[in-house]
Write a protein that binds this ligand. Structure first.
Ligand SMILES: [Zn+2]
Length: 132
């Protein structure tokens, strides 16, 4: 792939990097909280062993809770991965370029979505292809 100079200034890049690093720390904290939460629930459930305890809607709620937590965990993992990859692209000097077509991503899009890996056109095309 030919090297395309990004349109991002050093200053802009720096502030985007700060945003990504903050997001990364937040996601780490969220994931840790969630994992503690899941662990607490699992322990809670085995301790109570079917008495229902203080759960208002007991039947199957723990299972749904666990499923929900797993879904959230998965989403957080994906987001963290996107943030990590964006930071990696900054290291590589490919940050701000679409990972699909190599064109520079609109700086406004990057400000709204600092971990965006694709430009709007490719994102839309991929979402269409994925049936979203
Ligand atoms: Zn593209």
């Amino acid at each position: 792939m030919a090297t395309v100079k990004t349109e991002l200034s050093e200053t802009k890049l720096k502030s985007l990097r700060a945003l990504l690093e903050t997001r990364h720390a937040e996601l780490d904290a969220e994931i840790e909280n969630l994992e503690n939460d899941i662990k607490a629930k699992t322990e809670d459930e085995s301790a109570e062993s079917g008495t229902g305890g203080n759960h208002p809607a007991n039947e199957g709620s723990d299972v749904r809770d666990a499923e929900q937590s797993a879904t959230i965990h998965n989403d957080l993992d994906i987001m963290r991965q996107q943030v990590v990859e964006a930071l990696q692209r900054m290291e590589d000097g490919t940050y701000g370029l679409c990972q699909r077509c190599g064109k520079p991503i609109n700086p406004e899009r990057l400000e709204a979505l600092p971990y965006a890996a694709y430009d709007i056109e490719c994102q839309a095309e991929m979402e269409r292809a994925a049936g979203l």
